[in-house]
Design a protein around this ligand. Structure first.
Ligand SMILES: Cc1cc2nc3c(=O)[nH]c(=O)nc-3n(C[C@H](O)[C@H](O)[C@H](O)COP(=O)(O)O)c2cc1C
Length: 202
C-alpha cells in the first residue's frame, strides 16, 4: 500500500500557499491511489525534542560505537519513533515556506532531530550511505518574492535528500505570494496545476 509522509512547515495554515498547493497534490495523489495512506507531521503542532543532554550523548555514543546507558537508550527511543515515520514512507512531501532564504526553524529542528546515523544513513571512512533509497521526495516551496539572492530552501532539502539516499526529487515552486492578491492567486493556481500533474505521475 503506497504511503506518503506529509511534512507541513507553515504556521499560516488557512492562508498558507505551500499548504494549499500541498493539499491539492495530496488529494490528486490519493484519488489515484485509493488504498494509500498519509501520515502528517505538522512541525508547528508537535513536540520536537531538544537535541541536548542524554539524546545528544546517545547520538555520539552511537557514532563512537559505545554502549548507550539506560538513560541514553530511553532518550533515543523518541528519535527512533520519529525516524520510523520517514522509513515507512514511499513519498516524503515537504510543504515549505522560504524564510530568510532558507527553511523555517521548526523544520530545521525536525531535520536535525531525525537525521541520524543507522536510522536514515550510515557512514564510514568511504563516506555517507543513505538508507532511504527507493523513496521519492516532493518539495512544494513557497516564496514571497522572485529569487534575487541565495536559494537555501530547495537546495537544502536536495542536499538532505541526497544524504539519506534519495535521488528522485520533484519540486513545485509558488513564487511572488507577497506581490498582491492577484499575483498571489495566479501563482497558487499555476503551482496547483503543476502539483496535480505531478501527482498523476507518482
Ligand atoms: C520569517 C519570514 C521570513 C521570510 N523570508 C523570505 C525570504 O527570504 N524570501 C522570500 O521570497 N519570502 C520570504 N518570506 C515570505 C514567505 O516566503 C511567503 O509569505 C510565503 O508565501 C510563505 O509560505 P506560506 O504561504 O506557505 O506560509 C518570509 C516570511 C516570513 C514569515
Amino acid at each position: 500500500m503506497p504511503h506518503l509522509l506529509y511534512i507541513e512547515s507553515s504556521p499560516r495554515k488557512q492562508r498558507s500557499a505551500s499548504i494549499e498547493v500541498a493539499t491539492a497534490f495530496i488529494e490528486a495523489w490519493q484519488a489515484r491511489h485509493t488504498i494509500a495512506t498519509v501520515d502528517t507531521l505538522d512541525v508547528w503542532n508537535m513536540p520536537l525534542p531538544e537535541f541536548d543532554g542524554a539524546v545528544l550523548d546517545a547520538k555520539y555514543a552511537g557514532i563512537m560505537g559505545v554502549e548507550r546507558t539506560p538513560e541514553q537508550k530511553q532518550a533515543w527511543e523518541q528519535i527512533t519513533e520519529l525516524a520510523q515515520r520517514f522509513i515507512k514512507a514511499d513519498i516524503i512531501l515537504f510543504a515549505v515556506p522560504m524564510w530568510n532564504f532558507g527553511i523555517p526553524y521548526k523544520l530545521k529542528h525536525l531535520i536535525d532531530v531525525v537525521s541520524q546515523k543507522d536510522l536514515l544513513f550510515t557512514f564510514d571512512e568511504r563516506g555517507l550511505n543513505g538508507l532511504l533509497d527507493g523513496r521519492k521526495v516532493v518539495v512544494i516551496a513557497a516564496r514571497g518574492a522572485p529569487l534575487d539572492r541565495a536559494e537555501h530552501q530547495i537546495a537544502y532539502l536536495t542536499t538532505w535528500s541526497e544524504m539519506v539516499g534519495i535521488d528522485e526529487q520533484y519540486n513545485v515552486v509558488i513564487e511572488k505570494t507577497l506581490l498582491g492578491p492577484d499575483v498571489d492567486a495566479e501563482s497558487r493556481q499555476t503551482a496547483k496545476t503543476a502539483a496535480v500533474d505531478l501527482a498523476a505521475t507518482l
